[in-house]
Design a protein around this ligand. Structure first.
Ligand SMILES: [Zn+2]
Length: 329
């Protein structure tokens, strides 16, 4: 196993932007963000992440070789090539996309293979699993053994923890429960191609498409009492609650910790509807399940990436000093 590191790196890879961050045992030292590279040969995006890590190291007065651990929070899903994780992400990889608007024909981006050429210790998780790790380390569910992180945003994703173990699955794709099938609703088309899965029914992107009105506008109108918008939001909250019910009875979950833009802005009035939907069946399994909001907000991906490779000895001091607060803009 690796000896105690002095510095760790983190990457947050999304469909629109990439963030690189470097930290020591006391605090984050530097962070930069850039648009996600989607052109060039198939190593272009991993090479971009390496260049960004080199830059944050320079800003922190370090050589890239000072990093021996890098944690990655990335949009999924993942696929394996030669035993290493690659990105098979529909909004980055042209060959995986269902639309023609990506300027590449990438199928599986060899992210782990390229990072491992530079770093001995690399941990890659999907963004909801990294967020779960962040919330368990520094947020709303510290040390909670049976908890699930859920984002309700442009998409819907889960990170699962059972008996204190974060679940990964064979290709690191555990938690893609946004694609659980719930309905025959033929209008609710998810980006994955399913009709009537949870994400197809309630994600901001899909609600907006279906009702031909931006989702933030619909939820705001609903909050302000517009009857049609209110009915749509209530139905979405009930589907969301039903999705959480399915996960709770499968995993015997204690706590759902919820984030994402829909929840951040509307969780206050949607929470009772969601809670009621979870508790409406099988009380022996659902009566003590709680629903709370995530604590780390927009920093969850950066902190999540670092938390994946953070030495356990750093966690208590970071909890005390909350050094990520300095990253807020
Ligand atoms: Zn889907």
């Amino acid at each position: 196993m690796n000896t105690q590191p002095n510095y760790i790196g983190g990457l947050d890879i999304g469909g629109t932007k990439v963030t690189a961050i470097v930290a020591d045992g006391d605090r984050p030292l530097a962070r930069i963000t850039a648009p996600t590279c989607k052109t060039g040969e198939i190593r272009a995006l991993p090479e971009q992440t390496l260049a960004m890590l080199r830059t944050v190291c320079e800003q922190a007065g370090l050589d890239l070789s000072a990093l021996d651990r890098v944690g990655v929070s990335s949009a999924g899903p993942f696929a394996c090539i030669d035993g290493k994780l690659g990105l098979a992400t529909p909004n980055i990889c042209g060959a995986r996309s269902r639309s023609d608007d990506l300027p590449n024909d990438w199928d599986i981006i060899p992210l782990e293979a390229v990072l491992r050429e530079q770093f001995p210790h690399v941990v890659i998780e999907n963004d909801c699993v990294a967020a779960l790790s962040a919330e368990r380390s520094f947020g709303a569910v510290q040390d909670e053994p049976d908890c699930v992180y859920v984002t309700w945003s442009t998409g819907v994703g889960f990170g699962l923890c059972v008996d204190g173990h974060i679940l990964h699955g064979k290709n690191g794709n555990a938690g893609h429960a946004g694609h659980m099938l719930l309905s025959d609703h033929s209008d609710a088309v998810c980006g994955c191609g399913n009709r009537g899965d949870l994400e197809g029914l309630i994600s901001g992107r899909n609600i907006g498409k279906r009702l031909q009105r931006p989702a933030p506008e619909i939820f705001l109108a609903a909050r302000n009492g517009d009857p049609a918008a209110h009915a749509e939001a209530l139905e979405a909250a009930r589907w969301f609650g039903r999705g959480l019910y399915n996960v709770a009875v499968t995993l015997d979950t204690s706590v759902f910790v919820l984030g994402g833009s829909v929840w951040q802005h509307h969780g206050d009035w949607l929470a009772p509807i969601v809670q009621r939907e979870i508790e409406s069946r099988l009380p022996a399994l659902t009566q003590d399940v709680s629903v709370i909001s995530a604590a780390l907000g927009s920093l969850v991906a950066d902190i999540g990436a670092l938390s994946l490779v953070m030495p356990p000895e750093w966690v208590a001091p970071w909890r005390n000093t909350r050094p990520w607060e300095s990253l807020k803009v």
